[in-house]
Design a protein around this ligand. Structure first.
Ligand SMILES: *Cc1c(COP(=O)(O)O)cnc(C)c1O
Length: 408
């Protein structure tokens, strides 16, 4: 039985898109790990911005510019509070997780030396592998991989053995987007710090489910994307400890990031502006703040409890299907289920589900090394949010059964 303190029907009314039909069927949106839907409260903030105070920030003396600047800086403080970050200027607005990771990777190219080592977990998103490979090519540093087991959990003993005084950086996602595994990042961070290595945690997949306390974690860098947590696309946050942000060089040159420019020398602006060249996604940043307000009003404890119930129910129901295998069976998981049915290509299942109005992701989920590990081309991935229901899971399960009957 699913019992929740959340009024799911009232919550669903906040999301206009959930009313639409797809291929003549009510939309069942189970692709939340790729992007979440946007509540009316956040849409209203976007409309209000462009209707009433659209202006460039930090520049004009005029009223609109001041209103836009205030709202944008208030959003930064909402983000700071949400993640329990010590200083507002440790919050860098980015275009999303990928941008945040690249910013850090680029910065470390002036710090790393030949022979230094970077550890990266075996269950990373491509956005968390490619920038490090590029960094290694530039600096001569060596990339090493923390392996995982068949349940999709990192092998911590191997991690301890890989760590050494040569390790300068460790990169790991908080939650795997392909498998849903919640990684023991507190332990990962503690061990890395024991040897003087810095840690960047990719929080893109954790942030919709877990409210991370970044001071408590003592993490050096943490990245998120607003669009995975009820906000708009094209905006996100990079958290960096002040000492690190001071050490890293700017990523892009341009307006906003400079203190003084002459043709001989430019001095950089203080944090956070040093990393925020050019006109940012102002409306997106403000809407990101509104999305955090929305999710906090519902409450992360209630959200994760309800999503766990959905996960358990869906796991149980899917496993009643003959030949269905779930990839990612870690003890600690968020509401993501990656699966295949023996002898059937995931894409074919996804296409039939779409005809039935059910949106799932199929493919390698930007995590090809994970697929190689399990020796599969890809999976079908259903990922649940707090606005999904048990009835929608029933539609998914009967859809998968139907697809199986058609394709076998
Ligand atoms: C979605 C995701 C990313 C990429 O986020 P963008 O918003 O596309 O930059 C990175 N890592 C993980 C774990 C993700 O889920």
């Amino acid at each position: 039985m699913i019992q929740t303190v959340l009024d799911i029907q009232a919550i669903r009314k906040d999301f206009p898109i959930l009313n639409r039909k797809v291929n003549g069927k009510p939309l069942v949106y189970l692709d939340n790990a790729a992007t979440s839907q946007t509540p009316q409260q956040v849409i209203d903030v976007i409309v209000d911005y462009y209707s009433n105070y659209n202006a460039n920030i930090h520049r004009g003396v005029h009223t609109l510019s001041q209103q836009a600047t205030d709202a944008y800086e208030q959003a930064r403080i909402k983000i700071q509070k949400h993640f329990n970050i010590a200083k507002p200027y440790e919050v860098i607005f980015t275009s999303g997780t990928t941008h945040g990771i690249n910013l850090v990777a680029n910065g470390f190219s002036s710090i790393l030396k030949k022979g230094d080592e970077i550890l990266v977990s075996a269950m990373e998103h491509h956005s968390n592998i490619v920038p490090w490979q590029m960094l290694c090519e530039r600096t001569g540093a060596i990339l090493k991989v923390i392996p995982m087991n068949q349940d999709g959990e990192l092998v911590m003993e191997e991690y301890s053995q890989l760590l050494s005084s040569k390790t300068k950086l460790v990169f790991c996602n908080h939650v795997s987007n392909a498998l849903g595994t919640i990684n023991p990042i507190k332990k990962i961070i503690e061990k890395a710090h024991g040897l003087g290595a810095a840690v960047l945690v990719d929080g893109a997949q954790a942030s919709p489910h877990i409210k991370a306390d970044l001071q408590e974690l003592d993490v050096d860098f943490y990245t998120v994307s607003a669009h995975k947590m009820c906000g708009p696309t094209g905006v996100g946050m990079l958290y960096g400890k002040e000492e690190w942000l001071k050490k890293l060089p700017p990523y892009q040159g341009g307006g906003e990031m400079i203190a003084e420019v002459t043709f001989e020398k430019t001095t950089y602006a203080d944090l956070p502006h040093k990393f925020e060249a050019g006109t940012p996604n102002i409306c997106g940043g403000i809407a990101f703040g509104a999305a955090l307000d929305y999710m906090n009003l519902i409450g992360f404890d209630a959200i994760s409890q309800y999503e766990n119930e959905l996960l358990e129910y869906a796991t149980e129901q899917l496993l009643t299907i003959d030949g269905l295998k779930i990839y990612g069976t870690a003890a600690k998981k968020t509401s993501v289920i990656s699966f295949n049915i023996e002898g059937i290509h995931p894409y074919d299942i996804g296409s039939i589900l779409d005809k039935l109005g059910v949106a799932v992701r199929t493919g390698h989920h930007c995590a090809q090394p994970i697929m190689d590990f399990f020796k599969i081309p890809g999976t079908v991935r259903a990922s649940f949010s707090f606005y999904n229901t048990k009835e929608e899971i029933d539609v998914l399960v009967s859809g998968v059964k139907r697809a199986k009957a058609m394709l076998e």
